[in-house]
Structure formats: C-alpha cells, structure tokens
Design a protein around this ligand. Structure first.
Ligand SMILES: C[S@@+](CC[C@H](N)C(=O)[O-])C[C@H]1O[C@@H](n2cnc3c(N)ncnc32)[C@H](O)[C@@H]1O
Length: 312
C-alpha cells in the first residue's frame, strides 16, 4: 500500500507546522525548475519516465518566420525552399517534420506511464510558382505522435478571434477560386500508456481540481474564447510565436496536479514556465535561441530557476 508522506506526518505534527513545511516544499519545487539552452532533439538531462506533462508549441513547418531556423538545422531544407517546385517544397516540409519528430520521440521517452503530451500547432499555406497549397501540420504531427508510441486523444480546435474579419484569401466574391480562411489552430493531445494511477483520495489530486464551469469550458472541443498573444514583443521588437498564457494555464490545470513536472521542449519566451510557477508545478524547458527567452524569465534565473548552457 502507498502511504502519502504528508498524511503520515500529519499524525505527529501540528497543522501549523505542516503549513510551513508545505510552504518550504513549494519553494523547493519552484527552485527545482530548470531551463537548458540547447536542442531538444536530445534531452539527456531528463531521465526516462520523469515528466508528467508536456505543453508546447513547436516552430510551425512552412510558416515563413521559421524557414531560417529549419534551414540552419538542415541545408537541404534551405535548398528545397529556394527551389520552390512542388516536389522540393514537399521534401523540405517532410524534413521539417522529421526534425520535430526527434524532439517528440524524446518527449515520449521522458513521459511517465499515463503522462500527457499537448501540442499547439497550426497549418500553413503557401503560394509557389502560382500554386496555392496548404501544408497540414496537424495531420503530420498527429502521425508523429502516434509513431512515437503515444495514443491519440481528442484534440482541441482553437478558433482564434480574427483581428481582420474581412481578410479572406483568394478571389473576392466570385466562385470558384477563393479559399476558406485558416483561422483555427489545433491543440493535439496524446497519452503515453494507460490511465495515470493515483492513491485513493490523493490530496494533491483533489487539491488540483477544477470547477464545473471550468470543466464545461475547457473540455469542450472548440475553444473560441482565447485571444492570440500579441506577437510584437516590445522588449525585442520582433515576432516570437508566443501563445497566450491562457493556453498553457488551462492545459496544466486539465492534465497535471500540483508538484508535477511540466516540460516545454520549445519554450520560446517562457509562457509555459511562468504559468507553472503560478500553479506550483516544476518546469523543465529547452530553447535553442537564448535571445527568444523573455527578460522576466531570465530574471528568475539563480533564484527560482536553474539555467544550463550546453557546450556547442
Ligand atoms: C513557436 S515558438 C514557442 C513559443 C512559446 N510557446 C512561447 O509562448 O513563447 C518555438 C520555439 O522553439 C525554439 N526551437 C525550435 N527548434 C528547437 C529545438 N530543436 N530545440 C529547442 N528549441 C527549439 C525556437 O527558437 C522558438 O523560440
């Protein structure tokens, strides 16, 4: 039988002492959070089965802002994009997904049995040599998660309120050459192994519960009440690809309990980390580009957060 340490201790010490011990424990939890400046294609810093939840948003293949990053990782992607013919673009696209697959196979390794992986991704569209086509990232990423041995669960469709409601693609009011607007993103959800197991009445699980209103909103398949994050970060002046804090906040509450470790292998500015700190979860993050990390997160380093730079 598993005996919860806090329950056992409560037989011997006063509730006040427990409260201060819990506060110390929470502080230690936060200080156990770490970020690694390096490629998450290998996450040797993490042991097998050591993470309860992955919440992330990778660079989206075939979205122009990430062309340079993928090309720097694989020269044949640069060549394929530059050539612009249908087959070369397709090869570049598949190579981008192959690169992401390395990271997701590591995610599958480090997740515990019953651990959940949530990935925010959008499809991409591009016109090359006069031909418009969609690159269905959510399809290929779903296949990747499946190939990594994870079970696919129902996804969430994040319908972003549009900033410019009249921004339609194509030929105005005339059939047949207009396109449906890409105004949704996906939150793919997958699980490693069977259901996660808890001791009966596990106090941390019960302490992490959500309300009926939250359950009804968060577990419905379409989220149309979350606005996109402002992409022009004042401190850097360029686009970051950050998601709004509400996305990781909900996913962390839905799929983890207090004290769990949450991994973001593409941490960017550090939105997931900041939500973990508020929700009393440990955080582990990877980022190749140190300049992407927000000054708020960098300001936590040395206090509540460890930072490691890999030798190149
Ligand atoms: C879409 S952004 C993530 C944004 C993040 N969710 C946020 O709110 O700021 C993807 C990030 O992944 C980083 N990245 C791309 N490939 C990586 C890799 N192989 N390992 C670690 N970081 C990577 C990029 O530099 C970029 O900052």
């Amino acid at each position: 039988m598993i005996i919860d340490a806090a329950q056992y201790a409560s037989k011997f010490i006063s509730s006040r002492a427990i409260q201060s011990a819990m506060a110390r424990m929470e502080k230690n939890l936060a200080s156990a959070s770490r970020i690694v400046i390096g490629d998450s294609a290998s996450m040797d810093e993490l042991a097998d089965c050591s993470v309860q939840l992955v919440v992330t948003s990778p660079p989206y293949p075939m979205i122009k802002m990430w062309d340079g990053l993928f090309s720097d990782m694989d020269e044949r992607i640069r060549v394929g994009l530059a050539s612009g013919n249908r087959e070369s673009l397709r090869e570049a696209y598949m190579r981008m997904h192959a690169k992401l697959a390395l990271t997701f196979s590591e995610c599958a390794r480090v997740l515990i049995d019953g651990g959940i992986c949530c990935v925010n991704i959008g499809d991409a569209a591009r016109t090359s040599r006069g031909r418009f086509q969609v690159f269905p990232n959510h399809v290929d990423l779903t296949r990747t998660l499946e190939c990594c041995g994870l079970d696919i669960l129902p996804y969430i469709l994040w319908k972003k309120p549009m900033n410019r409601p009249n921004a339609f693609l194509g030929s105005g009011f005339l059939p047949t050459n207009a396109y449906v607007t890409l105004d949704c993103e996906f939150i793919l959800i997958a699980r490693k192994g069977g259901l996660r197991k808890f001791a009966p009445k596990d106090p941390k699980r019960y302490g992490s519960s959500f309300t009926k209103g939250e359950r009804d909103r968060w577990f419905s398949q379409i989220w149309d009440d979350v606005r996109g994050a402002c992409q022009n970060v004042a401190e850097r002046g360029d686009r970051t690809g950050a998601f709004p804090a509400e996305i990781p906040r909900r996913l962390i509450r839905m799929f983890s309990i207090e004290g769990d470790t949450v991994l973001d292998p593409f941490m960017g500015t550090g939105t997931t980390l900041l939500e973990c700190a508020k929700l009393n979860r440990r955080f582990m993050g990877y980022e190749v580009n140190e300049k992407a990390i927000s000054s708020k997160v960098l300001g936590m380093v040395g206090k509540d957060l460890g930072l490691m730079r890999r030798n190149r």
